[in-house]
Design a protein around this ligand. Structure first.
Ligand code: FE2
Ligand code: FE2
Length: 475
């Protein structure tokens, strides 16, 4: 299986036979490359990196592995194979044939969703753009770049939809996707979390664990969409997304492993003693988890949302695994009970129409998925004979969107007085001292097979290669 480098935009959408679309995308491509050179991992443009490249959608052989300089990467457009006779799986049009074009009345809703998803892809590349300089190993450096190029491809996936189905508006939105930048004062990225800087690898692993997982759930619900090209695009993106979460989960697991080794070596679980050995104490890790989890929860939007109700009713965005996980796909009359703030420092139960609670349904599924890694890490800790347990904070903790915005609670979600919250917050999320300590750990390690002192080696290398393979050359 090889890559055809004479083909400008590899694809399975028969681009060669749609000259107008091909020209439009070939016009956008140099702008994308300019953006990549400016905002991507640009100090590594001449490095040879061992990367996988999507070359098709066949489950057996969808990717090609090889060494490539990142600016020469082939960002292609791939849609999962169509499902013959596919019908609308939820909402008011349930059971009708799926749509091959965007219905006029839902055009702006679809466009907004695609733009919002598309915006997160280049945003994360921008957030991570300086991390290469402080990599804990060549293996990790390669994984960072793998995530980066695939987020680039995800941007291509959304830009394809905008160009192919949204005419002039779509083309303009595609330009804007390269004009907004993460953390930019005048033109920030659309969603909050994607403007948070990622300056250290602990944050990077938390981001890939928590924030890429938000991506997974957004993609899963868009993969249910009645607009078939969007569904098929997202279905294939999920194949790549799995690796991003793998990077997060194994990265955090390797940090826990190393910390437990240090505890054993020094016979102590005192955070200060652990830090003297250059490892990450578990309390520090807990504060990073608290920060990135609470920030990522906001990405699902408000608990009660008429917008969510309308995208569900209109067949635009379903629930993850809509077909297999639910009986009622219309949800016109059902309701659910949510715990909401009562405005007097307490809680109250509120009955909400199911469609209006779709964001919360998605958030539920996400939280469950987040717990899997914690269970695994806690097993490691328990096996090492340590009493500490890592925990996800409550979904009510430190929220900036939805019913719990600015409601002070502890990490268990109990409403507390504002003063107590302000006093305790530095113990709950990374303090300036924590960040400085983590920063001090970020020393570049690039000898093949060597790892920084704060992280254990991975169990295996990439694509059956050994861990000490030289995954990145001439950095
Ligand atoms: Fe992505
Ligand atoms: Fe991702």
């Amino acid at each position: 299986m090889t890559i055809n480098y004479s083909e400008k935009i590899p694809n399975n959408v028969d681009l060669a036979n749609d000259k107008t679309l091909q020209r439009a995308l070939e016009h956008w491509q140099p702008r994308f490359l300019d953006w990549w050179r400016e905002m991507g991992p640009n100090d590594f443009a001449s490095s040879d990196v061992y990367l996988r490249t999507a070359i098709g959608v066949d489950a057996q052989g969808w990717a090609h592995y090889g060494t490539v300089k990142m600016p020469d990467y082939r960002w292609g457009i791939f849609l999962a194979d169509p499902v013959p006779g596919r019908t609308v799986g939820f909402g008011d049009s349930f059971g009708q044939p799926a749509w091959q074009q965007v219905p006029g009345e839902f055009r702006s809703q679809f466009r907004r969703l695609i733009v919002t998803q598309g915006d997160t892809e280049p945003a994360s590349v921008e957030q991570q753009h300086r991390l290469g300089h402080t990599c804990p190993s060549l293996y990790d450096l390669r994984n960072l770049f793998q995530v980066n190029v695939e987020e680039g491809r995800h941007l291509w996936a959304m830009v394809y939809l905008l160009h192919a189905y949204f005419g002039r508006d779509g083309r303009e939105e595609a330009e804007e996707l390269l004009a907004r930048h993460s953390g930019d004062v005048d033109k920030p990225r659309i969603l909050g979390t994607f403007n948070e800087p990622i300056e250290d690898w602990l944050s990077f692993f938390c981001f890939t664990y928590f924030t890429d997982r938000d991506g997974k759930f957004q993609l899963k619900s868009l993969a249910e969409s009645s607009f078939d090209p969007l569904a098929r695009t997202c279905r294939f993106m999920l194949t790549e997304e799995a690796h991003h979460m793998f990077v997060g989960e194994t990265g955090l697991g390797r940090i826990v492993k190393r910390t437990l080794e240090v505890m054993k070596e020094i016979g102590s679980d005192d955070p200060a003693a652990i830090r003297r050995q250059g490892a990450v104490d578990l309390q520090l890790l807990q504060r990073y988890l608290n920060f990135w989890f609470s920030s990522s929860l906001d990405l699902f939007g408000s608990e009660v949302s008429s917008n969510a109700a309308s995208t569900f009713a209109n067949g635009i965005k379903g629930r993850p695994d809509e077909t297999t996980q639910y009986q009622d796909h219309v949800c016109a009359d059902s309701s659910c009970e949510l715990e909401m703030p009562d405005g007097r420092g307490g809680l109250k139960k509120e009955t909400v129409g199911m469609r209006n609670a779709m964001n919360e349904v998605l958030r539920d599924a996400y939280i469950k998925d987040c717990e899997i890694g914690l269970k695994r890490w806690n097993m490691q800790i328990k096996r090492a004979g340590r009493g500490l347990e890592l925990k996800l904070p409550s979904r009510r903790f430190r929220r900036a969107i939805g019913a719990w915005t600015n409601i002070p609670t502890d990490t268990e979600g109990r409403p507390i007085p504002r003063e107590e919250f302000d006093r305790c917050l530095p113990e709950w999320i990374p303090s300036a001292a924590d960040k400085n300590y983590v920063k001090s750990l970020m020393q570049r390690v690039v000898e093949p097979g060597k790892m920084a002192a704060w992280i254990a080696p991975p169990e295996r290398g990439v694509n059956n290669l050994p861990v000490d393979y030289e995954y990145v050359r001439s950095y």
